[in-house]
Design a protein around this ligand. Structure first.
Ligand SMILES: [Zn+2]
Length: 439
């Protein structure tokens, strides 16, 4: 299989448990993916020329700079704006990091999760075999990213520690998972448990409702939506068009099953509606991960915003076409969770094509940053990699992609989401831009 990051991650789980150090895991992603062998060989060489010893180098910010540098060398293309000095001296890396932070602004992570519930996931007791497949997949990824307990470490405490305090993320948007047919009749992540994230960090998090599945009954779905708004003050929705009901899925443009939800959202003042698109994983049917249903929904509900999570990758071309050929559209967004992490670390050319396509076709005002952490642990390595990522000149010329300027990066990393969620922005004592949720 050409792409199986989750299998790759199983090999990565063996060493190190310092989840607070994102660079160790970022480097592991680069050195275990498609280009892993070439990255490792070049890094071994670099290790002899740093001020750190070999073991520390592979776990350090310098090592991570080295991994990006190795990709540049191995491909002969300049995907990352990174210098040799940064792979050699901690101070050089830190200086560049702060400069880039000032230039590319605050960070709003459109795509985050906890992934626990009090009763846990016990196969045969409250979790089906198919449901367990997904839990195992997330457990493996979590362990590879320095969380030895897998999903049980994707908890409220670590959300604060790894994601909000441990990275440059200013504000994180999070959502629950449903699929209750696979999890003993209860949502995989119940809203009453995940609301604790917002209680702990009211100015730094935004909660979306989730798990609404009209195949479980349209009236029941509308009742739950109303309960989410009235009892939990959700700010938006993030749904899944594949589901675990016998029907297997539904579409956003279904006038009987979906439109009543959007109409009720309108009455309740919910404007931002996201959906998992692309990444057709585990027990779910790939056809429902396509994005064609956004076309009519965007036209029929122009006062609402529709967000394609994961940027619909590997169907991002379809997503782009929904705006590329319909430039009048102003309510279609994408976000990069898991898609950036999975491509940048082993398939940089594909990463450049994905970003280039989205920015060219959807427009620089409609692409939003997301990491899918805590599934990926501390997201700082992803932030560092994005701040340095470039679309090589030959692709810019040959495909009409825009250059990834600092200005465009600032919009993607935070500016677009700040507009969508009406965040409060300011400048901190170091002169760096910040964002917070109005409460
Ligand atoms: Zn996610």
């Amino acid at each position: 299989m050409e792409f199986n990051h989750l299998n790759d991650s199983k090999d990565m789980a063996k060493d190190g448990t310092d989840s607070a150090n994102p660079y160790e895991y970022g480097t592991q992603c680069f050195s275990s993916g498609n280009m892993g062998k070439q990255v490792r060989e070049r890094m071994e060489n670099m290790a002899n020329h740093t001020e750190l010893n070999r073991r520390n180098f592979f776990k350090s910010a310098c090592g991570f700079a080295g991994a990006m540098l190795a990709v540049n060398y191995a491909t002969g293309m300049k995907f990352f704006n990174v210098s040799e000095a940064e792979a050699q001296e901690v101070a050089a890396h830190e200086e560049v990091k702060q400069t880039l932070k000032g230039k590319t602004g605050f960070v709003v992570d459109q795509h985050t999760h906890i992934c626990t519930r009090a009763e846990g996931y016990i196969k045969g007791v409250n979790t089906t075999e198919k449901g367990m497949w997904f839990v195992d997949l997330l457990d493996g990824l979590g362990k590879a990213m320095g969380m030895p307990g897998g999903t049980s470490d994707m908890n409220v405490e670590n959300f604060g520690k790894l994601l909000l305090d441990g990275s440059d993320t200013d504000v994180a948007i999070f959502n629950p998972f449903g699929f209750r047919e696979d999890y003993g009749g209860k949502d995989m992540i119940p809203i009453e448990e995940q609301v604790e994230v917002r209680k702990a960090h009211p100015t730094r998090t935004i909660m979306m409702g989730g798990g609404l599945t009209p195949n479980q009954g349209v009236q029941e779905t509308l009742d739950r939506l109303e309960m989410f708004v009235k009892d939990y003050s959700i700010s938006g929705l993030k749904l899944y068009t594949f589901d675990s009901t016998p029907q297997k899925g539904w579409w956003f443009d279904d006038e009987k099953r979906a439109y009543p939800i959007w109409e009720r959202c309108r009455e309740l003042g919910i404007k931002n509606i996201g959906c998992h698109k692309g990444i057709p994983f585990a027990q779910f049917m790939a056809r429902y991960a396509h994005v064609e249903d956004f076309d009519k929904a965007c036209d029929d509900f122009q006062d609402m915003n529709f967000i394609a999570f994961h940027s619909a990758w590997p169907y991002h071309g379809e997503l782009g076409a929904l705006k590329g050929f319909k430039p009048q559209r102003t309510n279609l967004y994408s976000e990069l969770g898991s898609t950036f992490a999975a491509t940048v670390s082993g398939r940089p050319l594909e990463c450049a094509h994905v970003l280039g396509t989205l920015i060219r076709d959807l427009g620089e005002d409609y692409v939003m940053w997301g990491t899918d952490s805590l599934l990926w642990g501390n997201p700082q390595w992803q932030i560092d990699a994005f701040r340095r990522f470039q679309i090589p000149d030959e692709l810019v010329e040959g495909h009409g992609y825009p250059q990834l300027t600092d200005e465009i990066k600032a919009k993607i990393l935070g500016g677009n989401a700040a507009r969508l969620w009406e965040l409060e922005t300011a400048t901190n004592e170091l002169g760096q831009p910040t964002a917070r949720v109005k409460v």
